[in-house]
Design a protein around this ligand. Structure first.
Ligand SMILES: O=C(O)CCC(=O)C(=O)O
Length: 217
């Protein structure tokens, strides 16, 4: 994956290539060092993989330095091949994102690398149809993932197409045993303050020549 952020550290390139190879082969993790199936999140609908410490603290520091140096507005970076779109989001403590679906345009895999701080990503049931009584987001919330800095999150299938995801505007989160992706929460019972978090959401966007967009409908 090419980028314009100067992230040419050997390890970062290795990780990007690994991710690309996995996505390209359509058999995530089977032929590479990273065996994604070992990271399947239990007790949630198909399919979510969660890889703690996917990038090293050094990678994280390097990326933070490069992001802080980059001009405003911070740009998406594009590459070729399979993963061809990277979206950089910045969340200050207390900022979130409304529950949403990422839509059909993207290849049905979304991968997110988190740096700088943890967050909690909530998943919500869709409303069965537009005529039913609207439930509150709290009523629709079905589970949450505790997303640590330096982790990789891969969402596919129903976790991509069916359940909406969002981040509540909170400044701190309690560590409980309610997060299906945390195997051994080190600080159970503690409350962790959120800092500034950057998420790199890496997607495949089909080439427009092969994919006819219907505009204006
Ligand atoms: O920051 C995240 O982990 C979620 C980002 C997201 O949902 C989006 O960019 O559509």
């Amino acid at each position: 994956m090419s980028n314009n952020m100067g992230l040419d550290d050997a390890k970062s390139v290795e990780h990007s290539d690994l991710l690309n190879a996995n996505l390209e082969n359509g058999n995530l993790g089977k032929e590479n060092n990273l065996n994604l199936s070992e990271y399947l999140v239990p007790s949630v609908p198909a399919t979510a993989y969660y890889v703690p410490e996917f990038i090293t603290p050094e990678d994280e520091k390097l990326m933070l330095r490069e992001i802080e140096k980059s001009p405003t507005p911070r740009l998406s970076v594009f590459g070729e091949k399979c993963a061809n779109h990277v979206l950089l989001n910045e969340y200050k403590a207390g900022e979130g994102i409304m529950p949403h679906l990422d839509g059909d345009l993207f290849y049905p895999t979304i991968t997110t690398i988190s740096i700088g701080s943890h967050t909690v990503l909530n998943f919500y049931e869709p409303e069965p149809d537009t005529t039913s009584t609207l439930r509150s987001w709290e009523e629709r919330k079905v589970f949450s993932l505790f997303v640590e800095p330096r982790s990789l999150l891969v969402l596919q299938d129903d976790m991509y197409h069916k359940y909406l995801h969002g981040i509540q505007e909170q400044t701190a989160d309690s560590i409980t045993d309610q997060y299906p992706n945390l195997r051994t929460p080190l600080s159970l019972g503690e409350t962790l303050e959120r800092g500034t978090r950057y998420s790199l959401t890496i997607r495949h966007v089909p080439k427009t020549t092969k994919f006819k967009l219907r505009l204006g409908r």
